[in-house]
Design a protein around this ligand. Sequence first.
Ligand code: ADP
Ligand code: MG
Length: 697
Amino acid sequence: MVNVPKLFGELVFNETVMKEKLPTATYKAYKAAILTGKNLDLPIANIIANAMKDWALEQGATHFSHWFQPMTGITAEKHESFITPTADGRIIMDFSGKELIQGEPDASSFPSGGLRATFEARGYTAWDPTSYAFIKDNTLCIPTAFCSYTGEILDKKTPLLRSMYEIDMAARRILKIFGTETEKVVTTVGPEQEYFLIDKAMWEKRRDLVFTGRTLLGAMPPKGQEMEDHYFGIIKPRVKAFMAELDEELWKLGVLAKTEHNEVAPAQHELAPIFTTTNVATDHNQLTMEFMKRIALRHGLVCLLHEKPFDGINGSGKHNNWSIATSEGENLLDPGAEPQKDLRFLVFLTAIIKAVDVYQDMLRVSVATPGNDHRLGANEAPPAIISIFLGTELTNVLDAIEKGVDFNSTDKKIMEIGGNIIPHFVQDNTDRNRTSPFAFTGNKFEFRAVGSTQSISGPNIVLNTAVADILDEFADKIEKASNKEAAIKKLIRETVVAHKRIVFNGDGYTDAWVKEAKKRGLLNLKSTPEALPYMLKKKNLDLFAKHHIFTEAESRSRVEILLEDYAKVINIEAKAMIEMLTKDLLPAASCYTGSLANTIASKKAAGISTVGSFEIDMVKKLTGLTTALYKQTEVLQKAVVDAGKVEPAEKAANAYHDKVFTAMSDARKIADELEALVDDSFLPYPTYGSLLFGVNC
Ligand code: ADP
Ligand code: MG
């Protein structure tokens, strides 16, 4: 039996270890620095570095690495050993405060969106003491921020930390108005991570999965997900073994892995951690994705994190559960028993409503990736239109405020489902709405439009900053007022009236909603190239500049990186598809047609009539589809060449979307029809049927 409490955090330089290994004064200085956000002095950093090194050596570590999150969306590390030569030709294991605080990786090969040229290669990593150091692969990993020589930020952590600082300051202004003093306000996040597991031997045979992480062709098998027999179903032994090992490895790293279950689609699963501060949740989610991939391999499986690995089957997302809490752990989004009377709650709630409405474009931008384009707006994931689900009770509270009437809470309903044997419980005040991109779920908001491969940093930067901005605006107004209560009530009401268009409790999958949203003036940005330029709108550039998240140049560079990334991804997908069509499907169809033609010839030679036979019919159909597919492959090829010549980045991304992606979809339609006719034994790659149903047992 695994001793979970003993195992938990054993590879983390956490509070317990620090208390044990650091002199009390150093520990106190470290804690004070975290609380106030002030820099640690070098002498203190030296003591911490030395204690970290001693602890890491005890755990068998030989190297250290600054662990950072460049714009590639994955983590980066540069390992250095602890060895330092001595005068007598030996070595000692050493690690200084300077090495802890600052690193200098060559920044030239990380995306910078034109912020710096290759010759300005110097970049810095700087220790983030708010996220614990940990050991991975015998290496002491130190979470760090990453910036260029001239100070421009090149990563996903720095702006997130800045956004947390902004919301801390703004929320505390509001709390002060209500007489609540707290040392710090943090945003908390629990990201639920969806993923697919497939057999590694099968994965190796598909160029599309190997090169792009998703299937580019594939006819639907007779059974898809219509039976819904996978959701919360019994977890198969091979997957169970994977999950058990994943949990253990994550627990060692202090990740609060909590819930594991099968998802709706066959071969799809989910892991939900217990929520923690946004910064740590982001680091932990990066580690979770990394460990999912590496542990799957140990079980002969491959973990697909892509948003849409299989056409016709649900894709994967990441539900970003988000709330605001004080350092004492009080959840500021808890509506309590009588939300209508809780002005403080209503101020936070209406600030969020306004922030989501005013910055709906930025929330959409924050989840715009080529993979996520397959989900948003398709009938399985939230629509591309950003709206808020509040549920009946809170909506009624806001209605009453708007109308200036008293709100009468509907009595709590006691659930009685099993006579006296099953305990009775109080029904939740909101049912679930799975179709909303931004749903209030009791005491937190769940941003469901985030893609499964994405770092959660981007969406949380936008959420934190947008909400901080509105809280600041509210605080400005209330602080000035002589009658604060009246000012607060007026503000709440005005905000409800001005921004209630963003609240929608109905079914987000219907066409009626698309029409209604248009009438309300809500945006419906369907693709990544359409969404990204919204980040350059003045109000958005101003928002990030004002809160010191991104300078205008940094905002522009980010859009540039994301547009280029879009073009690159579609380019790789198109080339992988062309290769698979030319080297796998078309030859397989041709060989199969040839073998049928041989059968026809043999039958004819033996004097057997082939009129109206299976072979004749199939040869005709196969020839027709093969020719059509070959032609479409040429169209796709040309589209790729043409798109490769388009500049600048925005136009190029649009060309890849409008021309290349469309040509791929057209090719796929023919390919799937053709594949369904080809004898499996001729296909060099496994079909959807075997990928989705043939494994995991
Ligand atoms: P589900 O949405 O599947 O019903 P839960 O309601 O238990 O699941 O929570 C889903 C996720 O939300 C979990 O990761 C949980 O830790 C997280 N969560 C719960 N409370 C908060 C909070 N106050 N702030 C952020 N995340 C939270
Ligand atoms: Mg959920």
